[in-house]
Each structure stands twice: as structure tokens, then as C-alpha cells.
Design a protein around this ligand. Structure first.
Ligand SMILES: *Cc1c(COP(=O)(O)O)cnc(C)c1O
Length: 379
């Protein structure tokens, strides 16, 4: 049973074109399309294939199961996985030819164990914390990490192919922390090469850095959000102006459309009250579908070609629109967000309305909402 009254329509051609545009931003680097979080809610495997079609040569999956799912789907492109805890199934990672990050000394030990168990040589990317203060080794323990990695390489257990890091404030124009992180990264790479590593890929750039900081492109850039057509810098680099096309359109079929008198309270808590004779229309998606409850009385939705604000609280499965005189009927399509090309709101508009970022808007759309694909490769 695949019926559902709402759907996320994902334009695979937009994903491919966005990757093509990112390649032009970083002409000297390869592109790793980051497909974590179920490809930011767009659907892991279809989005990954579209990104590869657009010219990405690597895929980045934060969680190990996501990386394994890419292989299970028959995708053979290089994949890097980086987020796991002690006890992760690293033997499966190595048997699946997935590159692995070492964010801490304990991980190096577990990678070496998995290499012994499988008889495989792990392709290793050692992560340096250049200032984000999250994963990776700070420079004070970096030389030890490298020493251990090179010792394991001499044993044939690993091959140190990558040194990588992540930026804290790449989305802030000219922020001095970028230069500071770059200096630490340069030093980290230098020490790795001095330790005898022959690095295939040095990588540091997220979407923001891919778009606006050529000096940090190195051999490989790792855009995520921009692959899906959303800008990490919506004020200085809005999607349509820079040439990105938002790939996801979230829509639903209107459920109940009925006349209401003035003074009618709407939805839980009656936080909205009609002030004129009007028409109320219910949209059958709610916070169980990932619609933020903070969108209550705030986020815009398009019906009958017009944008109206959500009236009252977002419920678990539905919310209400006060559509006044708009000509709507049950079954008509409400567009919560899309590319914006038809006058509909965008995920960025939703982020602005709820005080969040576009990343959360698309990534939080729940598994209950079917993904429907358009464009080349759609099934
Ligand atoms: C999520 C992530 C990216 C992509 O970031 P965007 O801002 O979506 O481009 C790149 N690298 C790492 C390590 C990440 O976790």
C-alpha cells in the first residue's frame, strides 16, 4: 500500500545539475557528494545516483549503515564513512571497499583489528581537528596519530590515503577562523607527508567553502546541502541567484475544506481565530511527518497559486490554512515548499519562518512521507 496524502517530490535532474554547478565552483578538485541523513531527506540511493550522474566521483556517508546501504544498492563509487562508535561493524566496512575515517586513537585500533580479521587493507582518512572542536585529533596529538597510522601501514593493515578536517564558520564571509583552520590543516598535511604518507586526497571544504573559498578546495570538496539546491549562505548567496535549484517539493492533498464564521478558533489551543467569514482547509501532514511545530502560525504554504500562512498549531498529522476566498476544494494540492519557480515557498522560507536552517527542514521530513522521483533515473 503506497497511498499517502502527502509526498516529497524529488527532482533528480536538479541534483545532477547542482553537482555540475559545484564542479564548476571547484574545477581543480573532485566532488564528494555528502549523502548523510538519507541524502538530507531526499532518499539515499536515488540522490546518490543522481549526484554521480552530475559528476560527483565520491560519496560521503556519515553513518556506517548509510555507507553499507550504498554498496548494497550496487553503487561502486568511492565512499567515505566517518561517524561510528566503538564496536561498529568495521569488518563489513572493509569488505565493502568503503574508506574509513579515524577520528580518534581508539578508532585506529579498531580499524587495525578489522583489517587483521578480514585480511583487507583499510583505506584510511585521518581526521585532524583544525578548530571545529568536534571530531578528529587536535594538533597536539596529531603526530602520535600519524605515527600509529604509519606503523599500521608498515604492517599492511591500513593505507593512509587521506587527511581531512571540517570548518566551523565557512558560511560567514571572510571570517578569520577559516584562515586559522587552513593554517592548522596545512601544518597537519605537512606532518603527514613528512611522516611518509602519500596522500590521495586532502579535504576540508563543505558547501559554503566549495562555493566561496577556493583556497580550501584541495583535492576533494565535500558539499552536502548545495547538492540538494539549498544555499548554506542564504543571505549572501541565495540559491536561485547562484544557480542552485532546490530539488525537493513537499506537497499534500487538501483533506477538509469548509466555510467558517468569524470568531472561530482554529486547532489546538485556539492560537488562531478567524476574523471574517472564511474558508478553512486542512493539510494532512503534521509533526509526525517532520513538519516543525514551530511552523504554527508562521510558515507559508501555497494553495491555488497563492501563499497563505499556517493558521493555528501544527498537529501530529495535520494543520489548517485560512484560505479566505481562494478557490480550493478537497483534493487540491497544497505546496509547502519547492524550488520557488512557481511562486511557492522554499525550504529556506520555512527555515526563516521557524527560526532554523534549510538543512533541518528537508532532513526532518519523516520516513512516513513517500519520496517520489522525477527526472532521469526516476523509477
Ligand atoms: C555534513 C558534512 C559536510 C557537508 O556540509 P554542508 O554544509 O551540507 O555542505 C561535509 N563534511 C562533513 C564532515 C560533514 O559532516
Amino acid at each position: 500500500m503506497t497511498y499517502y496524502p502527502g509526498r516529497a517530490v524529488v527532482d533528480l535532474d536538479a541534483i545532477a545539475a547542482n553537482v555540475g554547478w559545484l564542479r564548476e565552483c571547484a574545477p581543480t578538485a573532485q566532488v564528494m557528494a555528502v549523502v548523510k541523513g538519507d541524502a538530507y531527506g531526499h532518499g539515499l540511493v536515488p540522490a546518490a545516483r543522481a549526484a554521480l550522474r552530475g559528476g560527483a566521483t565520491w560519496l560521503g556517508a556519515a553513518q556506517v549503515p548509510e555507507a553499507l546501504a550504498l554498496r548494497a544498492a550496487g553503487i561502486t563509487a568511492p565512499v567515505l564513512t566517518w561517524l561510528y562508535g566503538p564496536g561498529a561493524p568495521l569488518t563489513e566496512v572493509l569488505r565493502s571497499d568503503i574508506d574509513i575515517s579515524a577520528p580518534a586513537p581508539w578508532a585506529l585500533a579498531e580499524i587495525a583489528d578489522a583489517a587483521r580479521t578480514t585480511g583487507r587493507t583499510a583505506r584510511l582518512h585521518v581526521k585532524v581537528d583544525t578548530g571545529l572542536g568536534r571530531g578528529g585529533s587536535f594538533l597536539d596529538t596529531w603526530t602520535e596519530m600519524l605515527g600509529e597510522a604509519m606503523r599500521l601501514q608498515a604492517e599492511g593493515l591500513v593505507r593512509l590515503v587521506g587527511v581531512w578536517s571540517h570548518l566551523a564558520r565557512a558560511d560567514e564571509v571572510d571570517h578569520p577562523s577559516v584562515r586559522e583552520q587552513l593554517a592548522v590543516f596545512t601544518e597537519a598535511v605537512h606532518r603527514a607527508e613528512n611522516a611518509g604518507a602519500t596522500l590521495e586526497v586532502r579535504h576540508l571544504a563543505n558547501s559554503a567553502a566549495t562555493i566561496s573559498l577556493p583556497e580550501v578546495h584541495y583535492d576533494l570538496v565535500r558539499p552536502g546541502i548545495a547538492v540538494y539546491g539549498l544555499s548554506p549562505m542564504p543571505v549572501t548567496h541565495p540559491s536561485p541567484q547562484v544557480g542552485l535549484t532546490p530539488a525537493m517539493r513537499l506537497e499534500a492533498d487538501l483533506h477538509v475544506v469548509k466555510s467558517a464564521a468569524p470568531g472561530q478558533g482554529v486547532s489546538y489551543g485556539h492560537t488562531y481565530t478567524t476574523s471574517y467569514p472564511t474558508t478553512l482547509a486542512t493539510v494532512p501532514l503534521g509533526y509526525a511527518d517532520g513538519i516543525p511545530r514551530r511552523a504554527s502560525n508562521a510558515a507559508p504554504v501555497q494553495v491555488a497559486g497563492q501563499q497563505v500562512r499556517i493558521a493555528g498549531r501544527v498537529c501530529m498529522d495535520q494543520f489548517v490554512l485560512d484560505v479566505r476566498e481562494l478557490p480550493v476544494a478537497a483534493g487540491d494540492t497544497a505546496v509547502l515548499f519547492g524550488s520557488g519557480s512557481q511562486g511557492e515557498p522554499t525550504a529556506q522560507d520555512w527555515a526563516d519562518a521557524v527560526g532554523g536552517i534549510s538543512y533541518e527542514i528537508v532532513t526532518q521530513i519523516g520516513p512516513r512521507v513517500p519520496r517520489v522521483y522525477t527526472g532521469q533515473g526516476a523509477v
